[in-house]
Design a protein around this ligand. Sequence first.
Ligand SMILES: Cc1ncc(COP(=O)(O)O)c(C=O)c1O
Length: 419
Amino acid sequence: MNFDKQHLWHPYSAIPAERENLEIISAHGCKFKLSDGRELIDGMSSWWTAIHGYNHPELNKAAKEQIDKFSHVMFGGLTHQPAIELGKALLKLLPKDLDKIFYCDSGSISIEVAMKMAIQYWNNLGQDQRNKFVTFRSGYHGDTLHAMSVCDPVNGMHSLFSESLPKQLFVTRPEKKFNQSIVNEVEALLKRDDVAAFICEPIVQGAGGMRFYDIKYLEEIKKLCTKHDVLLIFDEIATGFGRTGELFISNKIQPDILCIGKALTAGYLTLAATITTEKVSNTVKTLMHGPTFMANALACSIAKASIELLEKSNWRENVKRIEKILLTELKELEQNKLVKEVRILGAIGVIELADNLDISADISANISVDVSKLQESVVSNGVWLRPFRNLLYTMPPFIIEDKDLKQICKAIKSAIKNY
Ligand SMILES: Cc1ncc(COP(=O)(O)O)c(C=O)c1O
């Protein structure tokens, strides 16, 4: 473990690490086994990915079958059945106009590709001044530089990289209740002649604050994008594949460009995709992007198997079941004076702790709610959660059993009670 501490950088962490990271030796279903013999129930789905839990026999089988054929070949000039089969499976899940797929190696890269796609689209229409993006405050779209430029300008690390980031156009973050003035802000910016696209995470803002908002904003913004001839990009990387109770919000409101990732491979391997319409692809023509591991065959095979599993599982019922338990178990926390709000949507449960806990808006300044204290407490109750800033939240695998989900809720309540 000393090697880990001294030599391995972990997300948003210093090296050497201040604390030891827990070592996982195996994972099955919704449970992790630690090197010290303890077992933890996973309430995080490894950052929105492991929707079917860990070590799933059907996903393992898909991986093993593909590995015995080949794991990866370059996608330049070559193709393969795993990429084709996954493409066909994805098209069945999405609105019929979204049918041109660009496979990417991670969520952040799929955002980069979406932004490049939008810029190339306008270039080819002779409008190369259209290179700015309009977005909501409190968003999160990834950690590469252009993706970061559309993350929240306060908590999205802009201050650390301000000289290196392209300047984008921000509007007030959307609220639970529809507020026309925010849509008016959007319209004022969409009228400019330098805007390439509006980009957002539909209905749930994830890492930027775990907030939910009224779909009416998207209905209105879609109309405005059409009216002012601006592209609409949806980032469904975190919320896609059923997490909110809908498979994709894009099936209700169709964007011009859609980014998916995370649960695409059910947490087995890194793979994402940027998907667009013929109108965009015909204008863009040659998209200037081509990562080495594009359409990795092993990842595509697992993703295809995961979609099949999702379709034959009763995921919608499972998400409803999870939502109901989270509501029953966690809503009572709103009575606790440390809690500002409890938010539940689909298989997402969020406890926002009160502002008077001296919350820092600056992610780099480390967190002023004592996140490690909360984390130690849930771990001592046999649960794995990873709180950040003033947020203690869970998005468990869809297959979680009632008793394990109740244990997660119990650990959350106990962590807050004993804070
Ligand atoms: C909404 C959203 N977009 C993009 C990303 C970036 O994806 P990745 O971490 O795979 O680069 C994330 C990751 O948390 C995300 O939640």
